[in-house]
Ligand binder design. Sequence first.
Ligand SMILES: Cc1cc2nc3c(=O)[nH]c(=O)nc-3n(C[C@H](O)[C@H](O)[C@H](O)COP(=O)(O)O)c2cc1C
Length: 263
Amino acid sequence: MDTLQLAKQRRSVRTFDGNPLSAQDRKAIEDFVRSISNPFNQSVEFVLLDAKENGLNTPVIKGETLYIAAKIRKAPYSEEAFGYSFEQLVLFAQSLGIGTTWIGGTMKRELFENAAGVKGNERMYCMSPLGYPAKKMSIIETTMRKGVRADKRKSAGELFFEKDFSTPFRTDDKTIADALEAVRIAPSAVNMQPWRIVADGGRYHFYLSHKKGYDENADWDIQKVDMGIALCHFMNIAGGELVVENPGIRTENGVEYTATVVL
Ligand SMILES: Cc1cc2nc3c(=O)[nH]c(=O)nc-3n(C[C@H](O)[C@H](O)[C@H](O)COP(=O)(O)O)c2cc1C
């Protein structure tokens, strides 16, 4: 998979053409999800859910026939692990021309959790529809995209730093530049792009810049799922090993260390 290309092509798809996945595409997805892993070594179980059979729909998605949910045991870093693994699925679907939308909020959560068989200590942080994009977006889709300024992203200068948070990061290394660009354009909840990276030699420290205003009742942090997505894009391109070794760099309020990719 060419992660940067796929990341550039991908957008959330909220209007589908009403056709089910071809048997071949469905099988490819089923096979692929069994092969997905993440550097947190936490197991993520994917479940395909037929919309009609399970009586599922969501207010923002039109024309879908199938969903994919995933479950993980709640643990430290389970949001990041979930984000990492689920984004591999999103990129793979994109490579087949299958549309997805990360959905963590705009759904009747209980219905989806029941259909996916979420039990006890398991969590289904998000799910997505799977299908072929319709030629034209629904009005609700167009409105949603405007609402979250879905076609905009922060600039690299706002996200990537060197040694500390005061100096913007510059590089001539194409692999690193590509990996950072893939992070910059990644999808995130409410398009908040909470990821920040401080580079120091071959070490890339990932930080989460928290924003309030998400589901206060949830016992998880949806922005940590975003961090998993960022790590997925970065490591797919740059490789490296993930370690949790906080370098103790001074951060502003609300900015929290996540992990470091060592190249
Ligand atoms: C963790 C996560 C949760 C999201 N939850 C929702 C959601 O509940 N409903 C929705 O319509 N979009 C949801 N999105 C999609 C984002 O709004 C979208 O990725 C962002 O606006 C950027 O637009 P794009 O995906 O088209 O590039 C979510 C995205 C992520 C990563």
